[in-house]
Design a protein around this ligand. Structure first.
Ligand code: PRP
Length: 177
């Protein structure tokens, strides 16, 4: 067994995550049944959550787009500066849009992105996050769909990285030194 797989570490196992993603998918189907929704994944972290989420949705016409922002750099602390690396490619005007993120932390990224996407005049705009590090919030923003409220620990896996590593781990685990 790997050294970081230890009991005192915070962990969300694969089954727990998949059950929760299923729940969010059912809720989104209920809210948007028969409609078309553009899911905008925030790269890089959201790519796994987005991929799992949309594959559990059948009753909604799913379109996919991405934005890419960076803020953390290669360290474990947010710099507080959000940089837009690339914007959406689809026309969001008059569309139902759901921004999909792996984690809501200080909220700076999603606040920035919400304002950016609102300027594109979507018919509706909601936010789905797998993890909510609610204790760390610096700006007033909440997600409409939240998987798990998580403690302020350094988490990796399921899209979340440390210096670009560990995104491929199929569960979420606390990284300790
Ligand atoms: C992480 C995460 C969110 C953001 C959340 O991205 O994926 O985008 O930080 O933090 P905030 O609420 O404090 O803004 P990161 O900058 O690590 O980039 P990545 O998605 O490419 O890993």
């Amino acid at each position: 067994m790997e050294e970081w797989f230890m009991e005192e570490r915070f962990i969300l196992d694969e089954k727990t995550i998949q059950n929760k993603v299923e729940e969010i998918a059912r809720q989104i189907e209920k809210d948007y049944e028969g409609k078309e929704v553009i899911f905008v994944g925030v790269l890089k972290g959201a790519f796994i959550f987005l991929a799992d989420l949309v594959r559990k949705i059948e009753k909604v016409d799913v379109l996919i787009d991405f934005v890419k922002v960076s803020s953390y750099g290669a360290s474990t602390e947010t710099s507080g500066v959000v940089r837009l690396d690339f914007d959406t490619t689809m026309n969001l005007e008059g569309k139902h849009v759901i921004l999909v993120e792996d984690i809501l932390d200080t909220g700076l990224t999603l606040k920035y992105l919400k304002e950016l996407l609102e300027k594109k005049n979507p018919q509706s705009l909601r936010i789905a996050v797998l993890l909510d590090k609610f204790e760390r919030r610096k700006v007033d923003i909440e997600a409409d769909y939240v998987g798990f409220r998580v403690p302020d620990r350094f988490l990796v896996g399921y899209g979340l990285d440390y210096a670009e590593k560990y995104r491929n781990i199929p569960y979420v685990v606390e990284l300790k030194e």
